[in-house]
Every structure is written in C-alpha cells, then in structure tokens.
Design a protein around this ligand. Structure first.
Ligand SMILES: C[S@@+](CC[C@H](N)C(=O)[O-])C[C@H]1O[C@@H](n2cnc3c(N)ncnc32)[C@H](O)[C@@H]1O
Length: 201
C-alpha cells in the first residue's frame, strides 16, 4: 500500500469519499439521459416487429445502452448505424473519455452484429446519407423543438418506415410539439414515443 493509500485509509478519507465517487460516477452513469427499463422493453418490441430489413438509424448513442438493445432484437445481418458527436454525457467525461467508453461498450456489437458507431454531428450524417430507406429511425440526441422537428423531417424525407424517439414529456415541450405536428403519437410507453405513420391515413 502506498503512502497516499495509507493516509486515505487511516484518516477515514477513503470511507468518506467513496459515497461521493458513487454519486459522481455510477449514479449518473446508470440513470440520467438513458431510457428506463419499461422504455427499453418497448424499444425492443418495436425493433423485433420491424417488417423491413433496411438499416436502423439511432441518433444519440450516449454509452450504447439503446444501441445494444436494438442490436439484440434486430434481424440478423440488419445494419444498425448509431451516430454521436460525443458533445454531451451525464458524467462530465471529456469527449475523448466518452468516445472511448462507448466504443468499448459497443465493440463486440460492431465486431459481430453489423453495428456501425459513427463519430459525427447529426447534420453531417443527414447531409451525407445515401443509404436505403431506414426500417427505423430512433431519435434521442437534442430535444429542442427545432432539433426534433429537423430529425423527424429528415427521417420522413429518407422514407423511414418507423420513426420513434425519447423524451415525449413535460420536461421537453419541444419534443411534444414537434411530434404532434409531425403526425402525433401512435403509441407511447413512459416517454418513448412511436410516431403515427401519416402515410397510412
Ligand atoms: C440522451 S443521450 C442518448 C441516450 C441513449 N439513446 C440511451 O438511452 O442510451 C444524447 C446523446 O446525443 C449526443 N448528441 C447531442 N447532440 C448531438 C448532435 N448534434 N449530433 C450527434 N450527437 C449528438 C450526445 O453526445 C449524447 O451522447
């Protein structure tokens, strides 16, 4: 044991700091900004029920939790593209730390489950997208009215068969407004929304 460790333990500093470590690192890591268990289950069901085998696009990977759920429930060989510019995380990690964590969480899915983690700003992805119409677009990056409307409009413009996203709730009135103006909610679990397909009306 080094001298610093000995001082930390004998003075009680170690015991006193440990709860703060958990508050600062583990609690945000486990909760803020990520979808909850009921929403994950709903996202899994939406993914399993996709009829089309076009790519799945996620905007906002964070630490890869939702991407892993979609990867586990998508069709074999179906591509899953998850886009993040690592501009925000709930733990105060630097963009490089954030990037390293997400890459390592998703490493085996990238290696063996046709998952692509794209390190880029969403507008650059939208501007350069020349793939087939997505089977699904899952939107969970920025939650302002303008940003969400832009995301939904892009997904509709490329012919996405299913459009869904997170945070249709009082904390994010811009999500509610943009979803309602774009066709409204077909189904919602907690704050995970599935957009009504206005083409079928
Ligand atoms: C709420 S988190 C996503 C949570 C994730 N879907 C989950 O539940 O596990 C939002 C993510 O969007 C990313 N983001 C924010 N603005 C972005 C932008 N303009 N382009 C790409 N990614 C962005 C942030 O870096 C962050 O990782």
């Amino acid at each position: 044991m080094g001298i610093l460790d000995r001082v930390m333990r004998t003075t009680g500093l170690y015991d006193n700091l440990q709860p703060h470590f958990f508050d600062a690192m583990v609690v945000p890591f486990a909760t803020i900004g990520q979808i909850n268990a009921a929403e994950l289950r709903f996202l899994a069901r939406i993914t399993r029920n996709l009829e089309d085998d076009g790519p799945i696009v996620e905007i906002g990977a964070l630490f890869g939790r939702t991407a892993l759920m979609m990867a586990a429930n998508k069709k074999e060989n179906q591509r899953l593209i998850t886009v993040d510019d690592f501009s925000w995380n709930p733990c105060g990690f630097s963009p490089d730390q954030h990037r390293r964590i997400t890459r390592s969480v998703l490493a085996d899915a990238v290696e063996g489950l046709d998952v692509d983690l794209l390190d880029m700003e969403k507008q650059a992805f939208y501007d350069g997208y020349d793939g087939p119409p997505p089977a699904m677009v899952f939107l969970d990056a920025m939650h302002s009215y303008e940003a969400t409307l832009q995301d939904i409009t892009w997904a509709q413009s490329v012919g996405a068969k299913v459009i869904c996203g997170h945070d249709y709730c009082a904390d994010w009135p811009g999500v509610i407004q943009s979803v309602d103006e774009s066709g409204g909610v077909a189904e919602i679990v907690e704050s995970l929304w599935l957009l009504k397909d206005v083409r079928q009306d």
